[in-house]
Design a protein around this ligand. Structure first.
Ligand code: ADP
Ligand code: F6P
Length: 325
């Protein structure tokens, strides 16, 4: 394979630039021409291709976001959109594509592979919601962003005997809340995978207050609900001062952590190696500290299992979960 392209798609994530840099530099070192496609699949069907060289990716490994930008493209979910994409790729003689994104983007990669353009997916989403891999790009950086917020909020909340509810990203997956909450010693961690009632929350907080613990941190994943709504529900019953903070898109930015740069770099090389041998329709990942790749459809059919053991550990060690589960 002598000509390949790389794009970023879906929600951006810290570490995407490390992956782009690795794809470009390793691809060129293997004698390939490498093109960047701007704005994900939208750029692909608009025929926007940027020839990349070694210097195109200088000084980006430490930057969050994606130099290729990203976009969502409903048109690419249609046959017409995909046929247009294949036409543009074939016209330019591009023989393989690397897609950095989440599960939706991987369905696009599968569509390209089935239409004769071998495509490899690199998991890039802060949610860490892909079952086939233990980590996705951006998750570690996002957890550290949340951890920094927990530390700062705990300083001021404990000074005022206040309770703070911190809303983090994660619509169907509570991994950011769980990992950052555990690391931050949050007293309560609320995740979509474990239903909790207001009464149970109040019982826990009242129990803490009866033991003289007047300040707590509650981390709530957005998939459970809004921090402000929970604050409204508990502040009067508790007779305590409660504040709510929504971290929002702060969690999507920031300089990638060492781990995210490491993963992005290794996955970029892994993806180019697969294309070089003519392999497509696969996603790369990591399990038990070993780099893996597997068929996209197989990977997407795997169901993410919630780590109840870690949730229980948080419950015991930082007294932060309500239920056993
Ligand atoms: P993520 O990759 O983070 O899950 P999205 O779900 O928004 O993000 O998907 C990103 C893009 O991938 C969409 O805008 C669309 O262009 C493409 N895509 C999503 N699902 C499919 C699909 N089933 N078939 C083809 N392309 C898809
Ligand atoms: O999928 C990653 C993610 O950051 C989710 O955690 C969040 O709910 C969503 O993207 C936000 O999407 P947007 O950037 O389109 O508002």
């Amino acid at each position: 394979m002598k000509k390949i392209a790389v794009l970023t798609s879906g929600g951006d994530a810290p570490g995407m630039n490390a992956a782009i840099r690795s794809v470009v530099r390793y691809g060129i070192s293997e004698g390939m021409e490498v093109y960047g496609i701007e704005r994900g699949y939208a750029g692909l069907i608009e025929n926007v291709f940027l020839p990349m060289n070694m210097r195109s990716v200088s000084d980006i490994v430490q930057r969050g976001g994606t130099i290729l930008r990203t976009a969502r493209s409903p048109e690419f979910t249609t046959d017409q959109g995909q046929e247009l994409a294949v036409k543009f790729l074939q016209k330019r003689g591009i023989e393989g594509v690397i897609v950095i994104g989440g599960d939706g983007s991987f369905r696009g990669a599968e569509a390209l592979s089935k239409r004769g353009i071998p495509t490899i997916g690199i998991p890039g989403t802060i949610d860490n919601d892909l079952a086939y891999t233990q980590y996705t790009l951006g998750f570690d950086t996002a957890c550290n962003t949340v951890l920094d917020a927990i530390n700062k909020l705990r300083d001021t909340m404990s000074s005022h005997d206040r309770i703070c509810i911190i809303e983090v990203m994660g619509r169907n997956c509570g991994d950011i809340a769980l990992h950052a909450g555990l690391g931050g010693g949050a007293e309560l961690i609320l995740v979509p995978e474990v239903p909790v009632t207001y009464l149970e929350i109040l019982d826990r907080l009242n129990d803490d207050r009866s033991k003289g613990k007047y300040s707590s941190i509650i981390v709530i994943a957005e998939g459970v609900g809004k921090a402000e709504e929970l604050r409204e529900k508990i502040k009067d019953s508790l007779g305590a001062s409660v504040r709510a903070t929504v971290l929002g898109h702060l969690q999507r930015g920031g300089s990638p952590s060492c781990r995210d740069r490491y993963l992005g770099t290794c996955w970029g090389v892994h993806a180019v190696k697969l294309l070089k041998e003519g392999t497509g329709n696969r996603v790369v990942g990591i399990r038990d500290n070993r780099f893996i790749d597997l068929d996209i459809d197989k990977a997407m059919k795997m169901k993410k299992e919630f780590n109840y053991e870690l949730y229980e550990m948080a419950n015991v060690v930082s007294n932060s979960a309500i239920n056993k589960y």
